[in-house]
Write a protein that binds this ligand. Structure first.
Ligand code: FES
Ligand code: MG
Length: 577
């Protein structure tokens, strides 16, 4: 691509260029750190937003990997500066990382705005870090490239392959059932996460990094490279080299992220058998880029794009490492070319079509053809009805098919602890037809919409041999979960959505084919219950949580803060220097 920017146009020059007292200060402070003026003069300053921390196992390698990014930037004639950002560790951060996605988004945007930088390499990968970093970079809109952490190696215990998330639950149940020993369990504990990198099932992390690549913000094939592969080191330095040219080309996120690019992301998410969390993040990302993507777009693509990525939990055998060896994301995209807008621009300066040209599948059981898919169509369905006027989602690809059309009496729980007690109580009157409901678990009620949506199966039903039942909540579900779980009910119960009016014993009707979910309760009765409903106390009275509750939007709107929306007010200008 042609270079359109000149040295005089560099944003960082406003800090370093002028012959005045303020710039004297910036230059002398750079020299205080040991840099000579030759190192920055006339060069793009590249921010590296690094989400490394000592409590972020998925990004443990970023402490060293950032040096490879710097090497690339220096090679291409840029000046690298590392800026640490909150690491939002899915495994350690409570009550849920979803509380902090928007905090990272704000931090990313403001780090880029307030510092003398011309472009950015965004280092993330663990679930919320991808959307967090991309939301911020999109709003700031200086050239940016995404470097995914890469999936960790396959787990291993006694020669058996272990997958993140899914196998923890599986072997926990085996332990409770007395089928494995405490010693075995310790072996699983040590073997399930054997290297740095993100979860290696098709959970939220792998889904979101694939989406970042499909939308055009990752170097071709980059989202599939395992964290521990030497190729990942080369990817890091190549991302550093590429961003310097992107600055000269003025290749900004908003030029890349068009409506068509987001449609590509949705198509790829469907073909990968994506985590339901992807819906929320993609809606938020698209809206920041001024593209009005909503639940109906997911429904549309779900109906035409089959699941061809045979990676757990939608697939039954393989993990991300196998997916990489089979050709990775480029090969998958090449298989669904007919569903993609191939002329979309990407960080390479070339089109998506050019990036994936000739990408081959090396194992057609891992990356299937569209005529031999894992799941034909409708891997994900958007439902509406008097229980969820603004929509909710279910993953038909990962549930017992007999619940696709179901009606049964509701058993309603107002909080997680009450539900937990009931499912462990073998005398609690659950039946296979029961529709188990958990409410007050949405963006405000959770708070932060925790991943509680795969409500545990009642012990009583498990003992009777049942493995699935219809479950409904306004929570989210981990990307590695499965079951007949209706999620993201909007509006949520905590703010008085109709789910708040449901009572134990009411009949709930689900019809996935008709995309409907209803409670069989009359309008008059609902009006009466609504009049009796009392607004609960907010979950936080001060601090970040207080701000979160005041501004968080509902799931169908992407859970962005209202004041971060692009159209919220006039654009934020450049800082006064
Ligand atoms: Fe970080 Fe799963 S815990 S990706
Ligand atoms: Mg997860």
């Amino acid at each position: 691509m042609p270079h359109v920017k000149k040295v005089e146009d560099l944003r960082s020059r406003r800090w370093f260029g002028p012959a005045d007292l303020r710039s004297f200060g910036h230059r002398s402070r750079a020299m205080q750190m040991g840099y000579a003026p030759e190192e920055w003069t006339g060069k793009p300053v590249i921010a590296i937003l690094n989400t490394w921390s000592d409590l972020q196992p998925c990004h443990a390698h970023f402490k060293q990997r950032v040096d490879d990014v710097k090497r690339g930037i220096l090679m291409a004639g840029g000046f690298p500066v590392e800026l640490p950002a909150i690491s939002v560790s899915e495994s350690f951060v409570k009550p849920t990382t979803m509380m902090y996605r928007n905090m990272l988004a704000m931090e990313a945007e403001e780090l880029l705005r307030s510092h003398p930088v011309d472009g950015a390499v965004l280092m993330g990968g663990c679930d919320k870090t991808t959307p967090g970093l991309l939301l911020g970079a999109t709003s700031m809109n200086i050239p940016a490239i995404y470097l995914p952490a890469g999936p960790m190696l396959r787990g291993n215990w006694q020669g058996k392959i272990l997958g993140s998330g899914s196998d923890s639950w599986k072997y926990w149940d085996e332990l409770r059932a007395g089928k494995i020993t405490d010693q075995d369990w310790l072996g699983v504990e040590g073997g399930i996460a054997r290297s740095y990198g993100t979860c290696m099932t098709m959970g939220t992390a792998s889904t979101m990094t694939a989406i970042a690549e499909a939308v055009g913000l990752v170097l071709p094939g980059g989202s599939s490279v395992p964290a521990a592969d030497a190729g990942h080191i080369r990817l890091a330095s190549e991302s550093g080299r590429r961003i310097v040219d992107m600055v000269w080309e003025d290749l900004t996120p908003q030029r890349i992220q068009t409506r068509e690019a987001f449609e590509n992301a949705i198509a790829v998410a469907m073909a990968m058998g994506c985590s339901t969390n992807a819906i929320i993040h993609l809606i938020a990302m698209a809206r920041r880029a001024n593209c009005d993507i909503g639940l109906e777009d997911f429904e549309r693509f779900s109906r035409k794009v089959p699941v061809i990525g045979n990676v757990r939990p939608s697939g039954n055998a393989y993990l991300m490492e196998d997916f990489f060896y089979a050709g990775g994301i480029k090969a998958l995209m090449n298989q669904i070319r007919e569903h993609l807008h191939l002329d979309c621009l990407t960080v390479t300066g070339r089109t998506l079509g050019e990036n994936i040209e000739g990408a081959k599948v090396f194992n057609d059981d891992v990356i299937r053809t569209t005529s031999n898919p894992i799941y034909g169509e409708g891997s994900l369905a958007v439902l509406k009805g008097n229980l969820a006027p603004d929509g909710c989602v279910i993953k038909p690809a990962a549930m017992d098919q007999r619940f696709l059309k179901h009606s049964g009496p509701a058993v309603v729980f107002d909080d997680y602890d009450a539900m937990k007690k009931a499912v462990d109580d073998e005398n609690y009157p659950f039946t296979p037809d029961t529709v188990m409901v958990l409410r007050n678990a949405g963006p405000q009620g959770g708070p932060g919409m925790p991943e509680w949506g795969m409500l545990p199966m009642p012990k009583k039903l498990l003992k009777e041999g049942h493995r699935d039942m219809l479950r409904i909540s306004d929570a989210r579900m981990s990307g590695t979960s499965y079951g007949a779980c209706v999620l993201h009910v909007a509006p949520e119960s905590y703010i008085g959505g109709p789910l708040a009016l449901l009572r134990t014993g009411d009949v709930v009707e689900l019809d996935v084919d008709a995309r409907s979910i209803n409670m069989r309760v009359s309008e008059e009765e609902l009006a009466k219950r609504r009049a009796e409903w009392k607004e609960p106390e907010p979950r936080y009275g001060r601090g970040y949580g207080h701000m979160f509750l005041k501004h968080i939007q509902q799931a169908n709107e992407g859970c962005d803060f209202d004041f971060l929306k692009t159209e919220f007010g006039p654009p934020v200008g450049e800082p006064v220097i």
